[in-house]
Ligand binder design. Structure first.
Ligand code: GLC
Length: 667
């Protein structure tokens, strides 16, 4: 029966939306008794059932169509469809009532994350507070800084030794015992919710660790689980794939496959050799990861960071990145979340070409996304002291679909890659290849006059490619300035850091601070002492929180090391508060302002009747902006800097100090 229906579908009977709808409705009617059995077995409340069914009826045709595109050719398609539906029903039934309340609220306010009130922070639990229990005691710290969104780096059980900063997960249902327990995480989530802070966790769904149960079963020869991964008996297929693949971690191992001695077979490992890529052409993998996703969500997670989204589908003869099926998979996860955990949002981690990054951002896929192009080009502007490439890119890349937002950041736990568009560069006369070489030299401190103290990450001797590791402060010049004990350079370093932060806090979207930035923490060279970290230079910018810094906030000394940290902390805190006071900063609407000065970035943020003009000087020389240029941006004749409170008028020219930034609003 199942097979007959399936064949009707794949024989082309379903080639229009109405035919799909019909098939979808039919499938739902066929699955109804199975669902009924679950409702009865779980003794579920009728209201819960009604809520679920309303959403199911709304989204099921799209679920069916999406999964059909992915798996419709399989003889067992309807079996998997049934399993997936039952997984969703159970997820809703088992969802804690407090989270169902959040769901109901967010269904009515779907763009809650676009508010000017939302300011994010990211941290490693062990490096910040040692464990989850202690982290609960630091909620006051986040509140004092003004954070309302907290991304905890992966905290699930990991393989022993190197675990790629938590991204090699052995079990999605238990917490790394060094950090705490599932119960600790739930308690933390409750406390964060009570404090108005949303919790963001990773959904590492491209790969598992080599000691995850599925991988272990595969290693023991279990055929069912060997199909959970991409495993090959010899080099024939890997060699064919390799012809069109990039290398992501070339210093770890050449190519994308790892020989497994026990199995005597090759395994697809895009990242480290111990991270086994999952095989999503197998619908059982989709369903299994869906179960893990619901489990994670139910611990009180508001936003899932979808890790390494670009890599989840492999297609021979392609780069195996950004495949159409990768988008379908995310859409399928999203639709099922809309049905079973509707308050849950997705954040895309696609660190790829800007044309591809944006394809993951929509209400149907990821509602929010890292903005790697902005990040890279802010650093590019600091190095060149010019904003031309940034402006060119922003002019046609900043706008996003309604109901979505950028996550704007300067540093995260990962490296910086120069992911701007070559054509954008060419249009303003920049050779992209040479420019990337220059940026690499600049940020590793090799370029004459460079202020940066970054180090290479994944340097590929063959292609000359590399990415950059380093903290915000070290890359912005503070480390070198402190080393040279040069006051003027220290000022510039601080100026650069705050300038960049003034842009990510105002340009539209969710600003995300990588904790440590608030103190201007420098590179941590000690990581090499830990054998599990020594091979990965990204640990240089993952320093341990120094809680003694807090006492410097009460420090009366106005010069010396202590006051630099205090100044950075207080300036950032002030900026965050100023952001929250301007409703113009909600949403995404941003219009560039032409100032005629290439050292300056200027734009206006508009939300309803509210406007703020942002101006930033990217050079260490003073700059002048002709006041008249701002008059047409809608602020009238007089305005005030929302950060310092200073008044300005458009009849006068605006003098900008080195690295000065202004947020001008109506007086
Ligand atoms: C993502 C993470 C990165 C990790 C990789 C593999 O890019 O941000 O830290 O190494 O995925 O999981």
């Amino acid at each position: 029966m199942t097979a007959v229906n399936h064949r009707q579908v794949s024989n082309g009977a379903v080639n229009s939306w109405s035919a799909i709808r019909f098939e979808a409705e039919l499938s739902l009617r066929r699955l109804a008794p199975r669902m009924e059995a679950v409702w009865i077995a779980e003794d579920a409340d009728q209201t819960l059932r009604n809520e679920f069914e309303t959403r199911l009826n709304e989204h099921w045709p799209a679920v069916f169509e999406t999964l059909h595109k992915l798996y419709g050719d399989r003889y067992d398609f309807f079996y998997h469809l049934e399993q997936i539906l039952i997984t969703a029903v159970k997820a809703w039934i088992n969802r804690p009532e407090t989270l169902r309340e959040v769901d109901r609220h967010r269904i009515n306010a779907p763009d809650w994350f676009a508010s000017e009130e939302v300011v994010g922070g990211a941290l490693y639990v062990d490096l910040f507070s040692e464990n989850l229990g202690r982290l609960r005691e630091t909620i006051g710290y986040f509140k004092e800084l003004g954070l309302t969104y907290l991304h905890l780096m992966p905290l699930f059980a990991v393989r022993p030794g190197d675990n790629d900063g938590g991204y090699a997960i052995s079990n999605y249902r238990s917490i790394d015992p060094r950090l705490g327990t599932i119960e600790d995480l739930k308690l933390l989530a409750d406390d964060l919710r009570a404090a108005g802070i949303t919790l963001v966790l990773d959904f590492v769904f491209n790969h598992t660790a080599d000691d995850h149960q599925w991988a272990q079963l595969a290693q023991s020869g279990d055929c069912e689980y060997q199909q959970y991964f991409h495993i090959f008996p010899d080099r024939r297929m890997p060699d064919r794939y390799e012809q069109t693949l990039r290398e992501i971690f070339p210093t770890v191992r050449r190519g994308n496959f790892t020989w497994h001695d026990g199995m005597q077979q090759w395994v697809w490992t895009t990242f480290n050799s111990f991270q086994w890529d999952l095989n999503y052409s197998n619908p059982a993998v989709f369903r299994s990861m869906l179960e893990e996703m619901f489990f994670i969500a139910d611990m009180g997670v508001d936003i899932l960071r979808l890790d390494a989204v670009a890599f989840i589908w492999k297609q021979m003869g392609t780069s195996c990145e950004n495949q159409p099926q990768a988008h379908l998979l995310i859409q399928a996860f999203n639709l099922l979340a809309r049905i079973a955990t509707p308050g849950l949002l997705f954040k895309s981690e696609a660190i790829v070409h800007p044309d591809e990054v944006v394809k993951y951002v929509s209400s149907e896929e990821c509602q929010i996304s890292y903005n790697p192009t902005l990040m890279a080009l802010l650093w590019e502007s600091l190095a060149t002291r010019e904003t031309r490439l940034l402006v060119r890119s922003l002019s046609h890349r900043h706008k996003l679909p309604d109901g979505t937002a950028w996550v704007n950041y300067l540093r995260c736990h990962d490296d910086i890659g120069w992911t701007f568009d070559d054509a954008d560069a060419a249009e303003i006369g920049i050779n992209a290849f040479n420019h990337r070489q220059f940026l690499n030299e600049f940020y590793t401190g090799q370029y004459p006059g460079s202020f940066a103290r970054g180090v290479p990450f994944q340097e590929n001797a063959q292609t000359g490619d590399m990415r950059i590791a380093g903290t915000l402060a070290s890359l912005a010049g503070l480390e070198l300035a402190i080393e040279n004990d040069c006051e003027e350079e220290k000022e510039r370093g601080i100026g650069r850091m705050l300038l960049l932060q003034s842009i990510t806090l105002s340009i539209g979207g969710i600003p995300l601070i990588y904790l440590g930035e608030e103190w201007g923490m420098l590179n941590d060279y000690e990581f090499v002492k830990d054998p599990a970290k020594a091979g990965d230079t990204r640990w240089i910018h993952r320093p341990k929180m120094q809680w003694e810094f807090l006492s410097e906030l009460d420090d009366k000394i106005e010069s010396g090391g202590g006051s630099i940290r205090k100044r950075i902390f207080r300036s950032l805190q002030r900026m965050i508060a100023a952001r929250k006071s301007q409703s113009a900063f909600a949403g995404q609407v941003m219009e560039l302002i032409t100032t005629g000065n290439h050292h300056v970035l200027s734009f206006v943020r508009i939300n309803g009747g509210n406007r703020v003009i942002v101006i930033g000087n990217f050079s260490e020389e003073p700059q002048t902006i002709i006041g008249n240029h701002l008059r047409t941006a809608g602020l009238g004749r007089f305005f005030q800097d929302a950060i310092s409170g200073r008044n300005y008028g458009t009849s006068e020219d605006i003098q900008l100090e080195p690295y000065q930034y202004l947020w001008l609003c109506r007086v």
